[in-house]
Structure formats: C-alpha cells, structure tokens
Design a protein around this ligand. Structure first.
Ligand SMILES: [Ca+2]
Ligand SMILES: [Ca+2]
Length: 439
C-alpha cells in the first residue's frame, strides 16, 4: 500500500450510518421509541449503539421486524461501563423495520441525553445507499447565501424522491432549525433529479458557529434509483448516455453530519433575502370559452426557498419579450380569485382572465413578493399557444421545439412548420387541456 492509498480502505466496506441522533429523556420513567429500516443494501455487521451520561441510567431493548425482542439478557447485548455505552451487535440483521426502546431508569438524574447510532455494512461487494452532506461555505459572511447540500446515492446511482431534512443548531437560542432539502432544480438546487438535495439557510440569529445534521429517509413506493442518463453525481462515467430508467428504491434511513460554518457580520432586523426565482411556471389549462388560463408553479419562500411569500406578481403579454425583458412594463394579469400562498415547495395555481386579449399568443411570467416588499426575479415564460399546437396532435417535445424555438434546430422547425400546415388542413375541433412546455 502506498502513501496515496494508505488509510483510505475500501469504501464499499465502510458502514452506512442509518441513525445518528440525540434523544432527550426528561425524567425517570420517560421512554423513547424509535424505528429504523434496515434495508436490503445493508444488514451485515449491524450495530445499535446507545451512549448515556451515567451508569445505570437507561434500559434499552430492540424488536426485530419479525417481532423478536432483544434486551440485556440477549447474547447480542453488551454494556461498556468505561465508555458508558450499550451495544447490540448482529452478524446479519434482519431486513425490515427495527424498533428501539430507551427508558430513563435513574431516579437521581433529571433530564438526560442519550446518543443513538445505528450502523450497518453492505451485503457482499455491493455499495449501500449513502448520504453525504456539506455546507457551501465555512465562513458565512452575512448576508452571503449559505446552502446546505446532501447527496443521496448508491455508488454513482442517484436516489430520487427521498425525504431529506437538515437540522441546523443555533447556539444563541439553543434551538434548531429544520430545513427540507429539495432536488427540484429550484432555488438553491442546481439540477432537478440528480440525487443532490439542497436548501438555503437564512435564519441565522447570531454571529456564531452553527452545526448541521442531515437525515434522509425513503418511503416504499416513492423513492427511485435513477439509472443511466449520463448525468447525476460528479464522478459518473464520462460519455455514458444510456436511457434513464427509474427503479423503485427500498425503505431506508440514513444520517450524517454536514459539518459546521461560522456566521459573521450578522445584524438583526434586516431582510436581505428576496424570494427565489420561480423556474417551473406552467400553463395547466386554457378554457377558451371562459377565457381563463390556469397557471401552476412551485412556490419559493419569504427568504429564498425558506418560509412563505406574501403574494405573487403575474404578468401577461403577447410576446415572449414582453414578459421577460419587459416584465416591469408588461400588463398585470387579472386574477379570477385571490392566491393564498402555502409555503416554499408547495405547488400552487392561479386562474387568469384573458378576455379582451388577442389569444393568438398569450405569454405569462410571475415573480414572488415577500413581507419586506422584495421581489424575486421574474420566472420562466410560458405561453398558451401550446394548447393550439396540442390540439393539432403534436406531442410535448414537438411543441417544446416550436415554442422554445431557440433550442430546436432549423431543419426541425422547417419540418414542423410543414407538418403544421398539413395538420391545419385536417385539424379537428379544439380541446381545452394540455401541458405547456418550459421556456
Ligand atoms: Ca439537485
Ligand atoms: Ca425576505
């Protein structure tokens, strides 16, 4: 082994961390019950480790997925007084949901904090699912934007649609802020569906060091492995462009520490953060009889992608330039009903009345407004014209090629124009509902 590889080991042999948390037990008799999924990508050499503050202060038991109970009388149980640790060790742990129960058993002790850690090794030579987390800057000079990232992968394969949460400890108030990290391409997230989840941290309240823990969990039937496509994590094989497939991922838990960062230059009472730019505005439907267009987008937050905005500024125009470059001077859309923001990450709709407008080409863009009156950047531009194209029998990618003409090649456009001319002669009566492309 040379100097470059000494100490690195084989990453596929490293344990995956399933649980990493502190449990507060307020008084004698208090109990805590936690559940952890041992998934099929791990299970070998599995350890449940409980660190406690004082000898004899806790009793711990486990229940396996097949309802077998383990406690201090089980051979898997070991107690280490020197390190104040209780450990259950399994050569192979049953796959499924394990329950751990911790009881406060020290009459003389009031509140105690127990640290729980569950680690498990991969089966065979396969990589387990892992979560890796980091913060974009060690020195957060307020109001520079601080971003928390977490990458959930199995080897180079991204895990999509996981529930990824960051917990940021705030030293001054001794509380912690819970942030939902998202992989939707909006706000702080650079690319949707690449297995890298992120969120801005905007709720600092002192000049201090903040530490970050991250948990990722998947629910059965929701999370997917994204296989192929040649995108995703940074070290994907160059040039690999097999078609993207999504394969169901099992239920699992992972936890890690994202390190810490130091905030300086913070002063209270400021609001330096406008809402994030909306990037996924869509025309959901166009009721040509009622002259009502329904728009939909993912909500940003009061501060970038955190919190709830106070409202939206929707503009309507007759060309793409009118509501993009000319957003400020374009016409405000007339709403059919008031929009009530729900909070960052939610999908929200708005119904816009377009009577009196020439509907040959209607364009829309939106920006969010926060409590301080700050505006987010104007969104992507969408058009109702997509509906008429849809009515002619074009599919989504053909429509995208026309409406997003700058993306399409000239030959394709010429081809589609010819196709359109043919279809116009044979067009049936118009329908009303279709998806519109992103611009
Ligand atoms: Ca992403
Ligand atoms: Ca704000």
């Amino acid at each position: 082994m040379d100097a470059a590889t000494a100490g690195m080991g084989d990453p596929s042999k490293d344990a995956a961390v399933l649980v990493r948390q502190s449990v507060v037990l307020p008084k004698e008799g208090s109990t805590y019950e936690g559940v952890v999924a041992v998934d099929e990508t791990v299970g070998v050499d599995t350890k449940f480790i409980f660190m406690f503050p004082k000898l004899g202060s806790i009793a711990v038991s486990l229940t396996s997925p097949s309802a077998k109970r383990f406690d201090l009388n089980s051979p898997e149980y070991q107690e280490y007084n020197s390190t104040k640790t209780i450990q259950f060790a399994f050569n192979t742990a049953e796959v499924g949901d394990w329950t751990y129960n911790i009881e406060h058993t020290a009459p003389a002790l009031v509140k105690q904090v127990v640290t729980v850690s569950v680690r498990s090794h991969p089966q065979g030579y396969k990589e387990p699912v892992r979560v890796r987390a980091w913060v974009n800057r060690l020195n957060a000079v307020y109001p520079l934007k601080t971003v928390i990232y977490a990458e959930v992968t199995r080897g180079y394969t991204p895990v999509l649609y996981a529930n990824v949460t960051a917990y940021v400890e705030r030293p001054l108030s001794q509380d912690r802020v819970t942030l939902q990290l998202r992989d939707n391409g909006a706000g702080s997230d650079n690319e949707a569906d690449d297995g890298v989840y992120s969120a801005y941290f905007t709720t600092m309240n002192s000049n201090d060091r903040y530490s970050v823990d991250v948990r990722a969990e998947t629910k059965p039937g929701m999370a997917m492995f994204k296989i192929g496509g040649g995108s995703g994590v940074a070290f994907a094989t160059p040039g690999a462009m097999e078609p993207v497939r999504k394969v169901p991922a099992p239920k699992m838990n992972r936890a890690t520490n994202a390190g810490s960062f130091v905030v300086t230059n913070y002063t209270s009472g400021q609001d330096p953060y406008p809402p994030s730019r909306i990037i996924d505005l869509l025309v959901i439907s166009y009721d040509q009889d009622a002259k009502v267009v329904t728009l939909e987008w993912t909500e940003p937050g009061e501060d970038l992608d955190y919190g709830k905005v106070t409202g939206y500024d929707i503009r309507v125009g007759q060309s793409f330039d009118e509501v993009s470059a000319g957003f400020d001077s374009s016409s405000k859309a007339t709403l059919l009903e008031v929009i009530t923001p729900l909070g960052a990450g939610n999908r929200i709709q708005a119904k816009v009345k377009v009577n009196g407008l020439n509907d040959t080409l209607l364009t829309f863009a939106v920006r969010a407004i926060d409590a301080a009156g700050h505006y987010g950047e104007p969104s992507n531009v969408v058009s109702s014209a997509a509906f008429e194209l849809e009515d002619l029998g074009l599919n989504g990618s053909q429509i995208a090629a026309i409406v997003g003409g700058c993306v399409a090649g000239t030959v394709l456009i010429v081809g589609i124009v010819a196709f359109l001319a043919y279809k116009l002669k044979h067009a049936a009566s118009a329908g009303k509902v279709a998806a519109s492309p992103r611009i």
